[in-house]
Design a protein around this ligand. Structure first.
Ligand SMILES: [Zn+2]
Length: 279
């Protein structure tokens, strides 16, 4: 055992082949690096015998650290690329970024704030309800949020209820539960277009399952809808009420229609999430 270990140690020492510019330091008798002039060897006591062991000189240490940092950075970029491809599967949405915002829509401020405060929002399970008429920039805002968060390596999924309903329609209940649970992998779930399915009882049931599953997971979600906030606050029947109640409990309403914008925001001012969005 001892012989074996000794042979191994000698092997390690021999493996550190000196470079042509290396030299033996007269003061210490150790091999020094010709580039950075720090030791490439150290003395260790092993089995009551002093041995010279190779060690990393300063420039080699720095070279290895830089290579490791570059490898980690490449890994981070690869991860972001994968996250982005997953988050924004609709290729048209990939073009929507805060950099492309023309600054005309005051509600975009809240989308930016949401990204800035995402850690606190996630902690509270707090999302956004982006509501307002067709073509007011809700989808744009939601996609900008998805984009900005994936840049920070946050797993996001942006989808819509039509896609979810399509996926669910061919599934048995066990697969459905697994499908709904798969959304838990994402720190933020963004669902576009709540309300387009309001006329079908089956669809309402599935929308409820999606919202309820997210609600129970206590992970944040963002909903966009063309429905007026008043309709969400005063649903016409129980089937709608149980969906909208959960959405309103977890999602701060942000109005995407100019004139109603302050009204929607005043309602949200009550809670801490709204304070973070407004500070
Ligand atoms: Zn060196």
């Amino acid at each position: 055992m001892r012989d074996e270990l000794e042979r191994m140690m000698d092997g390690i020492a021999a493996a550190a082949t000196p470079a042509p510019e290396d030299y033996t330091d007269p003061a210490t008798g150790l091999l020094f690096c010709g580039k950075c002039h720090t030791a490439k060897q150290c003395r260790v006591m092993l089995f009551e015998m002093e041995r010279l062991m190779p060690c990393l000189c300063q420039c080699e240490k720095e070279r290895r650290e830089a290579a490791e940092a570059a490898r980690r950075e490449q890994e981070r970029l690869d991860r972001i690329r994968r996250l982005k491809a997953t988050a924004l599967q609709d290729r048209a949405l990939l073009a929507y970024t805060f950099a492309g915002d023309d600054g005309q829509n005051p509600a975009m401020k809240y989308a930016r704030r949401y990204v800035e405060h995402f850690a606190a929002m996630k902690e509270r399970g707090q999302g956004l309800l982006l509501w307002g008429g067709v073509g007011t920039g809700k989808t744009f805002a939601a996609a900008c949020i998805a984009h900005a968060l994936t840049e920070q390596a946050v797993p996001v999924l942006m989808t819509n209820f039509s896609k979810i309903l399509n996926s669910l329609s061919g599934m048995f209940s066990e697969d459905r539960n697994r499908y709904l649970a798969s959304f838990h992998h994402f720190s933020l779930l963004i669902i576009d277009d709540l309300g387009i399915e309001r006329n079908s009882e089956y669809a309402l049931e599935q929308v409820y399952n999606v919202v309820d599953s997210r609600y129970l997971s206590r992970l944040p979600f963002i909903i966009t809808t063309n429905l007026p906030l008043a309709e969400l606050q005063a649903p016409k029947d129980l089937a709608h009420a149980r969906i909208y109640d959960r959405v309103l409990e977890r999602c701060t309403p942000i109005c995407f229609n100019g004139p109603n914008y302050r009204k929607g925001n005043a309602a949200a001012n009550k809670d801490e999430a709204a304070r973070l969005l407004n500070d």
